[in-house]
Design a protein around this ligand. Structure first.
Ligand code: HEM
Length: 520
């Protein structure tokens, strides 16, 4: 993260200093009048921006040890409140849910979302309520999830085949593979098929031209999203840190061009053979009923890509890292899979209800490694009180769900990977139990939670039914790097390398593609 940007014009420095002094006085006045949560001492203008360590949720968790479960952190002149206890998370996401349901938008997020015309970056208001209702009732309904199941199962079996091929190539037998590269393909294909009805990668793993363009757009978007500057957090300094508006315009135009082509293809296909189950068809069908603009439809489609792709890859990679470090757990899942499914067929989602230990493994992994450790930021649309402290309107609020799920006052031996804790107690992970909030809670809870859980459980189930997983020769469990990459989502810092050994008859590793024409 590069925060040290030069001033655009040094002659403007005196003005900047004067404004800084005025703001500092205002800040001191506010501090005296309102009772803000405690926190590290902020520096003038930059606040705590330069004190924050790159892996933010770990840094905030350390600060919570010093200052308590609610901490003020100043990003420049913007107050950010970080909450690290289940009790206070309830106050934020339940008792004050509506007043804390806006979103802070960085300038990048504002450009990408056309100032919140999508779902993820929309403030809470009539537009949000409308598109959220549409998502809940139409895109993520149990019926739609079931209709899209063949896509998920198809992609998961494609992953199994790609791993089988990789680990049975003669000179690769017994060698480690980088798991993430196999997981990323499933997530990519699954999400592009679900949202756009497109599989850009063919069965040989070759990507077509539209797919290349799609990938380039996603990568470009991530690059923009990661570029932080002081101008983000000190609004009155923005004129010193101008954005490359041209680059954003070009990016958005490129994204719109591709989306329009895909939408057009769907409109024509729909006129010929009726609507299919993909989100793009659903949105086109519902366009008039929900009064959706093109910006809304495009925004929603790209939201699904942004929110749904990396989160599942991250969840499965972390789960597998815990599983290879804990052979006891691996043996127990495989015993369950062998008992319920056997050796002459592959697992399907219909098996889930008979695989309770697998479900516990998914929960335990999301507890220790939530892919979005600070959830997504919320913003106060009114003055509220949390934990007896004032949270002024306009402040950002973050919940450190990573820290809460490791709180020793809530969890016995919290750092131990022990799925059995979910057998001993029936604990919900979809927003009802504030000790574990991988999907958030309240009105902004992740609408893709069930889809995410199904995909993660299905990927894990297949990985463990089809293969035995071990660490490369000479690597001990304690050698696996369990640290995270900085960023809004928490990828493993060092991609997991593992050895896969097939354990089922070879005909069960064949991917049988589901034809797109079937309506999927
Ligand atoms: C294991 C997988 C996933 C995890 C852990 C996860 C987690 C989260 C979290 C923590 C939030 C923010 C909640 C808040 O601000 O209070 C969120 C929001 C969101 N997620 Fe997920 N997610 C996952 C998968 C998915 C998938 C598969 C999709 C869609 C295909 C999706 C779509 C969204 C959307 C659209 C939002 C924004 C909701 C809003 O602002 O109202 N997520 N997710």
């Amino acid at each position: 993260m590069d925060l040290a940007l030069p001033l655009a014009d040094p002659t403007l420095l005196p003005i900047a200093v004067a404004v800084a002094a005025a703001l500092l006085s205002l800040l001191l006045y506010l501090r005296w009048r309102v009772r803000l949560p405690p926190g590290p001492r902020p520096w003038p203008v930059v606040g705590n921006l330069y004190d924050i360590k790159p892996v933010r949720f770990r840094c905030f968790s350390e600060w919570a040890q010093t200052y308590g479960p609610i901490v003020s952190v100043w990003f420049g002149t913007t107050l950010n409140v970080v909450v690290s206890s289940a009790e206070l998370a309830r106050e934020v996401l339940k008792e004050n849910d509506q007043q804390l349901a806006d979103r802070p938008r960085t300038r990048s997020a504002a450009r990408f979302s056309r100032d919140g015309k999508d779902l993820i970056w929309a403030d809470y208001g009539p537009h949000y309520v409308k598109v959220r209702k549409l998502c809940n009732l139409e895109l993520f309904s149990p019926k739609r999830l079931e209709a899209l199941r063949p896509i998920r199962e198809d992609e998961v079996t494609a992953m199994v085949e790609s791993i089988f091929r990789a680990c049975t190539v003669p000179d690769k037998t017994g060698k480690a593979l980088v798991l993430k590269s196999h997981l990323a393909g499933v997530a990519f294909n699954n999400i592009t098929r679900l949202a756009f009805g497109k599989r850009f990668l063919n069965s040989k793993g070759e990507i077509d031209e539209q797919g290349l363009e799609f990938k380039a757009i996603v990568a470009n978007g991530l690059k923009f999203g990661a570029s932080l500057s002081l101008g983000e957090y000190v609004p009155w300094l923005r004129w010193m840190f101008p954005l490359d508006e041209d680059a954003y315009e070009k990016h958005n135009a490129r994204r719109d061009r591709l989306t329009k082509i895909i939408v057009e293809e769907h409109t024509q296909a729909r006129n010929k053979s009726g609507a299919k189950q993909h989100f793009v068809d659903a949105l086109l069908t519902l366009k008039d009923q929900y009064d959706l603009s093109d910006d809304n439809i495009f925004g929603l489609l790209w939201d699904m890509i942004t929110a749904g792709m990396d989160t599942t890859v991250i969840s499965v990679e972390w789960a597998m890292s815990e599983i290879v470090k804990n052979p006891r757990v691996q043996e127990k899942i495989q015993e369950e899979l062998d008992r319920v499914i056997g050796y002459d067929r592959v697992m399907t989602e219909a098996d889930f209800s008979n695989l309770p230990y697998l479900q516990c493994v998914v929960k335990e992994s999301l507890r220790l490694h939530p892919p979005t450790p600070l959830m997504l930021p919320h913003k106060a649309s009114a003055n509220v009180k949390i934990g007896g402290y004032d949270i002024p309107k306009g402040s950002n609020v973050h919940i450190n769900v990573w820290a809460i799920a490791r709180d020793p006052t809530l969890w016995k031996n919290p750092l131990e990977f022990r799925p059995e804790r979910f057998e001993e107690e029936d604990i919900d992970i979809k927003g009802h139990d504030f000790r574990i909030l991988p999907f958030g809670a309240g009105r902004r809870i992740c609408p893709g939670a069930q889809l995410g859980i199904n995909l993660v459980a299905s990927m894990l189930g297949h990985l463990l039914h089809h293969f035995t997983w071990t660490l490369p020769e000479g690597v001990k469990p304690e050698d696996v790097d369990m640290s995270e990459n900085p960023g809004m989502v928490a990828f493993m810092h060092t991609p997991l390398q593992v050895v896969a050994t097939p354990r089922l008859p070879s005909h069960l590793y064949k991917h049988v593609p589901v034809e797109m024409n079937f309506g999927f």
